[in-house]
Design a protein around this ligand. Sequence first.
Ligand SMILES: *Cc1c(COP(=O)(O)O)cnc(C)c1O
Length: 409
Amino acid sequence: MERFEGSFTQQEPISEDGIAAALAVLRHGRLHRYNTAGDEVAEAALLEEEFAAFTGARYCVAVASGGYALGCALRAVGLDRDEPVLSNAFTLAPVPGAIAAAGGRPVFVEITEDLVLDLADLEAKAKATGARLLLLSHMRGHVCDMDALMALCGRLGVTVIEDCAHTMGAEWRGVASGRHGVVGCFSTQTYKHMNSGEGGFCITDDEEVAARMVLLSGSYMLYGRHRAAPGPEVFQRIRLEVPNVSGRMDNLRAAVLRPQIGLLADRRDRWAALYRGMEAGLAGVPGLRLIPRPAEERFVGSSFQFLLPQWEEARIVAFLAACVARGVELKWFGAGDPVAFTSRYVHWRYAGAQSCPQTDRVLRGLVDMRLPLTFAPADVAQIARIIRAEALRIGQAEAVEAVAAPQVQ
Ligand SMILES: *Cc1c(COP(=O)(O)O)cnc(C)c1O
């Protein structure tokens, strides 16, 4: 029986030009973004300028993490204490965590079986709570109909902030992910699309929101050193009103990140090849549902999800164990107790008891895996063969028992 020997958590190394740039920063020692010599431009300021250009946004602020970016955006658009903030019931823990940290109250919105926000439930919850804000999570790179969403939010008077932790470089009908809402937030944590260990970005076209985010990030009165930021007159209006909530990007990580912007398009193509390979390898397995990808989106397939919709819990547990025994470590969002990053909205008790039965049903059968770029197409083909074989074996046992059951009674 074949066994997969690779690692689902091994990313590619930092490229040689990133290493050289990092060494240069270490050698001069000016790691803090506002510690510059003469008319030197900090790596962090250059990074912001280059990432703004990559996305087409007017303004960009580089920050300490993706979670920080979300909280910074919420504060910058004027979140009030205890104000409800709509967000996906299926997302990662830092999303509701950022809402709570900024003083808001997460209100979870159902997802569909295609893993995107349910727009009917969004409308119902917006009306029921009077929420003015939506923190939209493009969880695992699945993007809802952005045209319909933006039209709906326009009608409802809801401001959209996008969590693009899984959609850096993705597009919806040719518009970059993060460019629909008033702010787009990104993460450069190791498991995302650019790797600086920790880090993040906020992008926006709104000059006042941009200035607030710069001030919030902890710019002291040195905001003039930012390049992808509005002019001093905008800061002048608000600089004594906005608290400093330190969460800056530093020059070392910025140096590691700058060369990676130019690699994103190639990475997206390689991820697409891995993703399509997995999709082909798992097509037609009875009882296993793949997630359809709309023609409007251009996605970054750095992870892969499928559903086992009709499977009993014990079968899923047996299937996952059989896969792990063959080196294929799958994550399951249906476990009673969260393992690693698989916590669900019911586990985020600080948000108060909320019920999303449709999301519960979907997550009960949701299986997830990373597709790091250290995988070759042959690795993906092998992983798919193992999953297919175990799904057939365990799924067929279930079918046989279902037929046998009446005789047992
Ligand atoms: C990783 C992640 C974040 C937060 O990013 P960090 O840089 O880890 O703080 C936010 N949302 C989603 C969906 C993520 O996966």
